[in-house]
Design a protein around this ligand. Structure first.
Ligand SMILES: [Zn+2]
Ligand SMILES: [Zn+2]
Length: 111
């Protein structure tokens, strides 16, 4: 899925920015690809323009980078392995919760 190329008209997820205090969570929003910026530069191959469908309205964004947000595996010897996940988002062993950064897009998760 993640190796698919985006194309105009496809529906993807855009990740809204959360607020540091947690008043707003970072959330997935439906978004329609409005342009594919194929400038070929390193790391920007899948940058797209998006029409983001927020519950409050539609807004447009250009040059949005892709982030598939996989979980970062930590050390297999971690004594706190059972604690990975809620409420911990990071662990000393290097484990990091799977998550998408605000301001990026990804293919919709399979539910
Ligand atoms: Zn999503
Ligand atoms: Zn750990």
């Amino acid at each position: 899925m993640s190796h698919q190329k985006p194309s105009v008209g496809r529906i993807v997820h855009y990740v809204s920015y959360g607020t540091p205090g947690g008043e707003y969570k970072s959330e997935c929003r439906a978004a329609i690809v409005t342009e594919v910026l194929a400038d070929g530069s390193q790391g920007a191959e899948n940058n797209v323009g998006l029409a983001v469908l927020n519950p409050e309205g539609v807004y447009f964004n250009r040059a949005v980078p892709q982030d598939e947000g996989a979980e970062t595996p930590g050390s297999p010897d971690c004594p706190n392995k059972a604690g990975h996940g809620s409420p911990f988002r990071y662990c000393g062993c290097g484990w990091m919760e799977a998550g998408h950064c605000g301001g990026t897009w990804h293919w919709p998760e399979r539910v």
